[in-house]
Design a protein around this ligand. Structure first.
Ligand code: ZN
Length: 191
């Protein structure tokens, strides 16, 4: 199997596994794809992250997804014994060396939500915060349907009210579970 390192398919800059995972955001758990943004020119590509059980390693591929017939076109690939992928319905968890990277499913969290988390929270809290939002602040809320645009409004309100403090975010999510209308009003008053 080819194991010649990862390269950005647009600018051909070498990309380490750590850089690839750090610069990725949302996932397609069924396909095992994550959305990757190259640092150099901000070009977008996809990663396919999977366990190679034959080689007893994790595999990362960089490539493109054909939008007409969704199919992954691989440009480069790397294998690592330090990489393990766990697929869940609403997210992908990639463990690499001692770090865990969380990629919420593309339809479970919006880019605007991820950007506000990145803006207000320290980088070290990002994974915990995304997990909290996906697991605790979504279709489980009262009177909210899975896939409702209300979920994004409530999440943005909770993040705003927390102002980058994890304890305050937990409190805001607990409030949303009781009555998220109070949280929306509160967040609007703080603007
Ligand atoms: Zn690039």
């Amino acid at each position: 199997m080819i194991d010649d390192g990862l390269f950005c398919p647009s600018c051909l800059t070498p990309v380490s596994i750590e850089t690839a995972l750090t610069n990725s955001t949302v996932s397609w758990p069924t396909e095992k794809w994550v959305y990757f943004r190259c640092e150099c020119r901000g070009n977008y590509a996809h990663l396919e992250v999977d366990n190679d059980y034959e080689a007893n390693m994790g595999s990362v591929k960089i490539g493109h997804v054909e939008s007409i017939a969704p199919d992954f076109i691989c440009h480069s690939r790397i294998l690592s014994p330090d990489l393990y992928v766990e697929i869940r319905r609403e997210l992908m968890i990639v463990e690499y060396t001692s770090r865990k990277y969380i990629f919420p499913a593309h339809d479970s969290i919006t880019q605007a939500t991820i950007q506000l988390v990145e803006k207000l929270f320290p980088a070290a809290d990002k994974e915990d915060v995304l997990l909290l939002l996906v697991n605790e602040c979504g279709g489980n809320l009262p009177l909210v349907d899975v896939g409702s645009p209300l979920i994004e409004r409530i999440r943005l309100a909770a993040i705003k009210v927390s102002n980058g403090d994890k304890t305050k975010l937990c409190e805001a999510i607990e409030q949303a579970k009781n009555d998220w209308r109070d949280l929306l009003v509160w967040a609007e008053q703080r603007n």
